[in-house]
Structures are given as structure tokens and as C-alpha cells.
Design a protein around this ligand. Structure first.
Ligand SMILES: Cc1cc2nc3c(=O)[nH]c(=O)nc-3n(C[C@H](O)[C@H](O)[C@H](O)COP(=O)(O)OP(=O)(O)OC[C@H]3O[C@@H](n4cnc5c(N)ncnc54)[C@H](O)[C@@H]3O)c2cc1C
Length: 378
């Protein structure tokens, strides 16, 4: 196994790193405070060809793979984790859902998102169906050549901003999860509106909202794949999404680590830089190992997906390890910066708030343990 990134990937990494420093770092604190999404910067990423990296050129992608995608989210999230998740949800959970459709549907509803011209969104969660995603009650009832959707989706990332939505609703409610189907819904469809926009602890620049469906009619041609296969598609899309969240978490951890490393070298107390206290230097050594372990796990999961190996369990493992590392590293970074760590201008307090959500969404880490342990004892 080769642990070195090849030249092409190193060039991609350098380009996204430069983009993040020049385009994302300025204003990141203000965007967090104002809950303002960097839409212009997101579209610029698309114009530069960095949106649909793992997708075929025919769909407007770059013909790359999931490791390119993971590296890009990692570099973005070192600076702006809100953009990291918006990018990840659109390109993996939304596009991943629609890819279960026909060629015609894929060509109609994925290229704009793949090219970064607009955002995509993935609507599975409901007020009473979170970890137990099969407990959805939103329905899609067939009437003639249409489906009529009624229900409420919640915690929808990109909800207020997206143009395209992958919406999961019951076509046969009596079957529970086996009656769940996937639909494409366009922004602005009559009967579909944005509800409450959430006021969040972290990833504050990302937009997360309710989606309300009231007698929302969509053509029967908006059904993706087969009726009743929705749960399967959602779980597959989430497997890809977990590689995105793991990469986001890795980026947050690395971003906070670097700020702490520089701070330890410049801040002096008791007449010497504080890194000369063995406690702090040893703590950094431990965090460095934790980050490196997390990186190998998410890169491996990304390569497993790219090279056609099973990646569901590797994605769950990477999600759990990377997100726990992000929480640990950011918490330690705040502590190492002392009082300054608590202040907005030093970034690490935001990173600590951003890290928390990575342990919760796209399946909480308890659900990842459920998935990993079931596989151990099957
Ligand atoms: C900011 C944000 C963005 C999100 N974006 C999206 C999105 O774009 N699309 C979307 O569909 N969803 C999205 N979600 C939903 C997210 O995936 C869910 O919040 C998450 O899966 C947890 O569900 P829940 O909040 O209902 O918690 P619950 O399922 O109620 O869980 C509560 C607690 O119980 C634990 N728990 C539950 N069941 C078990 C079990 N069997 N064993 C052990 N512990 C268990 C959980 O781990 C958790 O600690 C988002 C959520 C947030 C907060």
C-alpha cells in the first residue's frame, strides 16, 4: 500500500489549500457570526473545476476519484468547515441519491450540482425519524401520473439555498422502511417550502432548515429508481457522505492543530516558549499521531470506494475515528491557547463548535458503533 499522494493529488491539495487561504480565510469569523454561507466562494470552486471531482467528465465532473474529493473537503474544512459540509452533502448525499435514477434523470439533475453551479440537498431526517431513519412518516401518494408529497423534513443541510433536493418519502407506509422511495424535487415546486432555519452551535455559516411539503405534486418521472428501494439508496448515499464528514472532521482537527503548534512556539511564559513544557509538547505528539491515524482511515475508505471494494464499514470506522479526533484536538487546542483560545479571533473556539456536529450528523457515532459491531458479529 502506497501512503504517498502522487504528484497530481499533491497539486490538487496545494491548489485547494491556496484557495482556502485566499478565498475562505478572509471573513470566516464574520460569516460564522452572521450565519452567512459563502455561496460566491462555493461557486468559484465549481468554476475552477473543484466541485464534481469524482464524477465523470460527461456529467461535468473531473473524472477523478473519492480520494480527490476527500482531500478537497479536508483542505476546505481546515479553514471553513461550513463550506466543507455544504460541499459534501451536495456532492455525495444528493448526487449519490440521484445516481440511482435513469440516465435521463442523472443528466437532468446532477450536472449543475457536479459543476458547482448550485447546491444539492438530501432530505431524510424527520422530527421523529433521526437515527431510526426508517421511521419516516412523510408520504408520497400516487395520483394518476403524479405523486403528492405531504410531510415535514428537518435538519436539512443546504435547505434554504439548494436548487435540487433528493427527498425520501413513503409510497407504501404500511411497509415502514421497505415502503420508502426517493424523489427529485426542484426548489420552487408548488406545495414545497422552507420552514424554520436553524440557529446552530457550530457550522454556523452552513444553512440548515426544515422542508415543508403540503400537497406538493411532482411528476411520476421524479421517482428515482424503484418504489420501495429508497431506504437502500439513502443508506448507500450516507456511506459516501460519511467519507465526506470524516474528511471534514480531519480538516477541522488539522486546522486547529496547526494554530496550536504555531501558538506554542510564539507564546512565552516563565521566560520560554510554552512548547518547551514537556506536558504540552508530549500532548502535541499524541495529537499528531491521532490525526495521522484518522487520515489513513479516511483515505483508505475513499480509496476503497474509488477502487470498487466494499466501503460501508471503512466509511463508518473513518467517520467515528476522524470525528472523535476532531473533537479531542479542537478541545485541546482551545486549552493550549489559554484565554486566547476562548476568543473568536483565534479560530479554535469556532473549530471546537464545528467539530461537535461531526460526531452527530450522517449517523451519530453511536450508530457507527452499531454498524461496525453488527459487522463483527454477523
Ligand atoms: C446541523 C445538522 C445538519 C443535518 N443535516 C442533515 C441533512 O442534510 N439531511 C438529513 O436527512 N439529516 C440531517 N441531519 C440529521 C442528522 O443526521 C440526525 O440529527 C442524526 O442522525 C441523529 O438523529 P436525531 O437528531 O434524531 O437523534 P436521535 O436519533 O434522537 O438520537 C439521540 C441520541 O440517542 C442515541 N441513539 C439513538 N438510537 C440509538 C441506538 N440504537 N443505540 C445507541 N444510541 C442510540 C444517538 O446516538 C443520540 O446520542 C442533520 C442534523 C444536524 C444537527
Amino acid at each position: 500500500m502506497n501512503f504517498q499522494l502522487d504528484e497530481k493529488r499533491l497539486a490538487l491539495q496545494a491548489a485547494i489549500r491556496e484557495f482556502a487561504q485566499n478565498e475562505l480565510l478572509p471573513g470566516v469569523i464574520e460569516r460564522d457570526e452572521a450565519s452567512q454561507f459563502p455561496l460566491e466562494q462555493y461557486k468559484k470552486l465549481g468554476e475552477l473545476g473543484y466541485a464534481g471531482l469524482p464524477y465523470p467528465v460527461e456529467l461535468g465532473g473531473a473524472g477523478g476519484d473519492y480520494l480527490d474529493y476527500a482531500i478537497t473537503i479536508e483542505e476546505i474544512s481546515k479553514v471553513d468547515a461550513s463550506l466543507g459540509i455544504a460541499y459534501s452533502i451536495g456532492l455525495s448525499a444528493y448526487v449519490g441519491s440521484i445516481l440511482n435514477g435513469t440516465d435521463e434523470q442523472i443528466k437532468a439533475w446532477t450536472p449543475d450540482v457536479i459543476q458547482g453551479k448550485c447546491l444539492g440537498s438530501f432530505a431524510l431526517t424527520e422530527p421523529n425519524a433521526g437515527s431510526d431513519a426508517g421511521g419516516c412518516v412523510t408520504t408520497a401518494v400516487k395520483k394518476g401520473d403524479k405523486y403528492v408529497i405531504n410531510g415535514l423534513k428537518c435538519f436539512n443541510t443546504n435547505g434554504p439555498l439548494a436548487e435540487h433536493f433528493a427527498v425520501y418519502a413513503l409510497t407504501q407506509p404500511e411497509l415502514g422502511a421497505k415502503g420508502l422511495s426517493c424523489f427529485h424535487v426542484d426548489k420552487g415546486t408548488p406545495g414545497f417550502s422552507i420552514g424554520k432555519i436553524e440557529n446552530k452551535m457550530g457550522i454556523r455559516a452552513a444553512q440548515v432548515s426544515e422542508l415543508i411539503f403540503e400537497e406538493c405534486e411532482i411528476p411520476e418521472t421524479a421517482l428515482i429508481g424503484k418504489e420501495g428501494d429508497g431506504f437502500k439508496y439513502a443508506m448507500k448515499a450516507l456511506d459516501g457522505g460519511r467519507i465526506g464528514v470524516a474528511s471534514q472532521a480531519l480538516g477541522i482537527a488539522e486546522g486547529a492543530f496547526e494554530i496550536a503548534r504555531k501558538y506554542l512556539m510564539t507564546r512565552e511564559q516563565f521566560g520560554k516558549p510554552i512548547y518547551k513544557n514537556q506536558h504540552l509538547a508530549f500532548k502535541m505528539a499524541e495529537l499528531e499521531c491521532e490525526i495521522e491515524m484518522a487520515k489513513y482511515m479516511v483515505y483508505k475508505a475513499a480509496l476503497d470506494k474509488s477502487e470498487g471494494r466494499p466501503y460501508s464499514i471503512p466509511a463508518s470506522k473513518a467517520k467515528m475515528v476522524c470525528t472523535n479526533a476532531a473533537m479531542h484536538v479542537t478541545t485541546e487546542a482551545v486549552q493550549m491557547l489559554g484565554g486566547n483560545g476562548f476568543m473568536r479571533e483565534y479560530h479554535v473556539e469556532r473549530m471546537m463548535r464545528d467539530a461537535k456536529i461531526t460526531q452527530i450528523y450522517e449517523g451519530t457515532n453511536e450508530i457507527q458503533k452499531l454498524i461496525i459491531s453488527r459487522d463483527l458479529f454477523k
